[in-house]
Design a protein around this ligand. Structure first.
Ligand SMILES: NC(=O)c1ccc[n+]([C@@H]2O[C@H](COP(=O)([O-])OP(=O)(O)OC[C@H]3O[C@@H](n4cnc5c(N)ncnc54)[C@H](OP(=O)(O)O)[C@@H]3O)[C@@H](O)[C@H]2O)c1
Length: 303
C-alpha cells in the first residue's frame, strides 16, 4: 500500500515511515522544505506550503491512506503569534488535504490524523479517561487546539472516507523529544519533579505509537483512540525511575509551580498539566503493547 504522510520528517512521522517501509509499504510525504524532498522508490517527498495553500497534487497518486501529523511545534514560547501558528498550521494543513481530496481523482479510503491527550481536563485525582469522556468545552490553549483539530479532521468522513484521530501521549524515544529533555538534568544529578510531582504522565513508547497508527491502518479503524501505555505514572515517580535506569538518583526537591510559570509562561501547562488517559479502547481493538511498563521503555531508550 502507498501511504501519504504529513510531518514525516518529524519525530513521530520518521518512525512511522521507517516501520511502514520495513513492512513493504511505500511512503509519499509532504514537507515544507525543499531540502527534505527525497525521491526514492519507497520514500518520495512532495512540497506543500500550508500558509500559501499550495500543494503538489501528484503526492496523491496511488495513495490509499493518509497519516496527517504535521503541525508547528508546541515547544516554544506561547506568544500570541506562536499560538496562531500552532493552531493555524494544523487547521490549514487539514483543510488543504480536504481540498486536494475533493478536487482530485484518488484512491484514498482512510485518513488517520494526530491529536493529543491535551484534549482531556487537567485532573490529578480522576480515573483514566476513555475517548468519549472529554469535557464539553475546552479549558486551556492545548485543549482548544486539539478540539479544533479533531473537528476539522472529522470532515474527512463527509468525503466518504474512514477517519480516526489518535490522541498522542508523552512520546518516549531515543531520538529526542520529551524523554531527552527529562533525562538531561538527571544525567548531571540535577533531576527533579515539577510542581507537587503528582501530575499523571500518560506516556507512550514511540515503538507502540507507530504500532498503533499502523494497527489502525491495517484494521481500518474509525473514531478516536488514545495512544498511551496501559500503565501511566505520576511525575515524581517517573523522574525517579529515569534516575534509577540511568544510575543517577533523583534527590532534589521538586521545582515549585510558580517557578515553572515564571520560566516558561503559559507554556508551563505542558509540563504541569495532569492528563490520565486510558489505553483500553485500542487494546480492545487487538493492539498489544511492546512497552506496557515504563521501566521497560526507559531501559530501551536510555541505556
Ligand atoms: N511528540 C509528542 O510528544 C507529541 C505528543 C502529542 C501530540 N503530538 C503531535 O503529533 C504530531 C507529530 O509530532 P512530532 O513530535 O513528530 O512533531 P515534530 O517532530 O515537531 O514534527 C512535526 C512536523 O510537522 C511539520 N511542520 C512543522 N511546522 C509546520 C507548519 N507550520 N506547517 C506545516 N508543517 C509543519 C514539519 O515537517 P517539514 O519540516 O518536513 O515540513 C515537522 O517535521 C504533531 O502534530 C504533534 O503536535 C506529539
Amino acid at each position: 500500500m502507498v501511504v501519504l504522510i504529513t510531518g514525516a520528517t518529524g519525530l513521530v512521522g520518521s518512525k512511522i515511515s521507517e516501520d511502514l517501509r520495513s513492512q513493504g509499504h511505500r511512503v509519499h510525504y509532504l514537507t515544507t522544505r525543499k531540502s527534505a524532498v527525497k525521491n526514492e522508490a519507497a520514500y518520495k517527498g512532495f512540497l506543500w506550503d500550508v500558509k500559501k495553500g499550495t500543494i503538489d497534487a501528484s503526492c496523491i497518486h496511488g495513495v490509499e491512506a493518509i497519516i496527517h501529523l504535521a503541525g508547528e511545534t508546541v515547544f516554544q514560547k506561547w506568544t500570541d503569534d506562536a499560538k496562531k501558528r500552532i493552531l493555524n498550521s494544523r487547521i490549514n494543513s487539514t483543510e488543504l488535504l480536504l481540498r486536494l481530496l475533493q478536487e482530485s481523482d484518488h484512491q484514498v479510503k482512510q485518513v488517520v490524523t494526530a491529536s493529543a491527550i491535551g484534549i482531556y481536563p487537567d485532573d490529578q485525582n480522576g480515573q483514566a479517561l476513555r475517548e468519549n469522556e472529554i469535557p464539553p468545552t475546552a479549558t486551556n490553549f492545548l485543549a482548544d487546539v486539539c478540539i479544533a483539530w479533531e473537528e476539522v479532521g472529522a470532515k474527512f468522513q463527509d468525503l466518504g472516507l474512514k477517519h480516526a484521530a489518535v490522541r498522542i501521549g508523552i512520546v518516549l524515544s531515543d531520538k529526542g523529544g520529551a524523554l531527552d529533555q527529562m533525562a538531561k538534568p538527571v544525567k548531571f544529578y540535577a533531576g527533579t519533579g515539577f510542581g507537587n510531582g503528582k501530575m499523571w504522565q500518560s506516556w507512550i513508547a514511540i515503538e507502540d505509537l507507530s504500532g498503533i497508527f499502523i494497527h489502525i491502518l491495517k484494521n481500518t479503524l474509525e473514531g478516536n483512540y488514545n495512544a498511551v501505555a496501559p500503565h501511566p505514572i505520576r511525575n515524581r515517580p517517573m523522574m525517579e525511575l529515569i534516575g534509577k535506569v540511568l544510575g543517577k538518583p533523583v534527590f532534589l526537591p521538586n521545582v515549585p509551580e510558580f517557578v515553572m510559570k515564571l520560566m516558561l509562561g503559559e507554556m508551563s501547562s505542558i509540563v504541569l498539566a495532569s492528563q490520565h488517559a486510558s489505553s483500553a479502547k485500542i487494546q480492545e481493538k487487538g493492539y498489544q503493547f511492546h512497552y506496557p511498563e515504563l521501566e521497560g521503555a526507559l531501559k530501551e531508550y536510555l541505556e
